[in-house]
Design a protein around this ligand. Structure first.
Ligand SMILES: C[S@@+](CC[C@H](N)C(=O)[O-])C[C@H]1O[C@@H](n2cnc3c(N)ncnc32)[C@H](O)[C@@H]1O
Ligand code: SF4
Ligand code: SF4
Length: 338
């Protein structure tokens, strides 16, 4: 049947203007994201789970019948799949926090860098304070048995490790047997809860590093943090046990004129290997897909860099993955990765 697996399985905790939504993605075709769930579903404190699944079922039905809401029209996530509604959540995206201690040149999703030690921090924090108690909702979700036991829990932001309840939430999930947690982080701030999750084979890390040398890292991230990031990474990687089956993945977003060179990509692979990464990931920044008009030269430039990067990952015996934007470059050129 015609369906979207994101809608069928997910919930997104976003920051205040956006709130709680069903869909965790932006429709790449028309650039729109979903509005928050209705007041009947969420009254600002609690989610009415019967209503949640009732309204979700209506949206699923609409897609099935080809009369989906405008946010879903022409979305590439709609596919022909088998689906039975088990009235469970299988994927949670936690992205309630825009504050960040980096200032990445390509990132549109973060708020100004401010140190937690700054005297204005609490005032500033209040402006970004979550409009709902996410942990209370998660507890209620588990109590009502709507969260699938093997659910994927995905923490992003802003910088999630700065979120005041970050460690508490992670520990809560681990205490309750959830072992499929992914944290997207710039790795500047060390977290004891992440360390525990790695020791207990419950957490994968996806670390945005985006450079191979200190100088370029500062250019991309806007802050001096190269040594700290790798120091923390090494500490995490040392805490994994023999039975660790998750991913310690370092990630590189290519930005034209900033970090799109073989030298940086090669150094990035070397650092990843040296510090214990189990996987490396590559992407091109999102804006490129709007800005480039698919110019052949630019597509070929990124294609050649990606091929170079894959060859270095292979030589260093690192697993590698390509994110959708770079896959799109391959598709446009009708090429296959090495
Ligand atoms: C918004 S960040 C939040 C988590 C964390 N601060 C981090 O950097 O991993 C989540 C991921 O989105 C990626 N990202 C942010 N802006 C992007 C863009 N314009 N194009 C491609 N990836 C982007 C980051 O590299 C990061 O891996
Ligand atoms: S079809 Fe696209 S926009 Fe609609 S719910 Fe699925 S992923 Fe979101
Ligand atoms: S560290 Fe993450 S949230 Fe912060 S600016 Fe960079 S990509 Fe954005």
């Amino acid at each position: 049947m015609r369906a979207c697996n994101n809608l069928n399985t997910s919930i997104c905790f976003n920051y205040k203007e956006i709130g709680i939504t069903y869909c965790t993605l932006t429709n790449a075709t028309n650039g729109t994201g979903w509005p928050k769930v209705s007041d009947d579903v969420f009254d600002g404190e609690k989610i009415n789970w019967n209503k949640f699944f009732e309204e979700r079922a209506k949206e699923i039905e609409a897609i099935k019948n080809g009369c989906e809401r405008k946010e879903c029209q022409n979305c590439q996530q709609i596919k022909d799949i088998d689906f039975i509604d088990d009235k469970k959540i299988h994927y949670i995206l936690l992205s309630p926090w825009q504050i960040c201690n980096s200032n990445c040149i390509y990132c549109l999703g973060h708020a100004e860098v401010i140190s937690p030690k700054s005297p204005n921090y609490m005032k500033y924090y209040k402006e970004y304070e979550e409009p709902y108690d996410m942990l209370a909702i998660i507890k209620d979700m588990i109590q009502n048995d709507v969260l699938a036991k093997d659910a994927e829990i995905d923490f992003a932001g802003g910088e999630p490790t700065l979120y005041p309840k970050f460690d508490e939430i992670i520990n809560f999930f681990i205490d309750n047997g959830f072992k499929n947690i992914i944290i997207h982080t710039n790795n500047i701030q060390y977290s004891k809860a992440i360390e525990r999750g790695i020791k207990e084979n419950a957490i994968s890390l996806m670390i945005s590093i985006d450079a191979g040398t200190k100088k370029c890292h500062e250019k991309v991230k806007g802050v001096k943090s190269f040594d700290k990031v790798w120091h923390n990474f090494k500490k995490y990687s040392k805490s994994k046990n023999k039975n660790y089956t998750k991913r310690l993945c370092t990630k590189y977003v290519m930005v034209p004129g900033i970090n799109d060179s073989e030298k940086e990509l090669e150094e990035f692979i070397k650092q990843s290997k040296k510090n214990g990464a189990t996987q490396v990931a590559l992407n091109v920044y999102n804006q490129l897909l709007n800005e480039m008009n698919y110019e052949e030269d630019l597509l070929n430039h990124f294609f050649n860099l990606a091929e170079f990067w894959i060859s270095k990952a292979k030589t260093n015996k690192l697993q590698y993955m390509l994110f959708p934007n770079i896959e799109y470059v391959y598709q446009k050129l009708e090429k296959q990765p090495l």
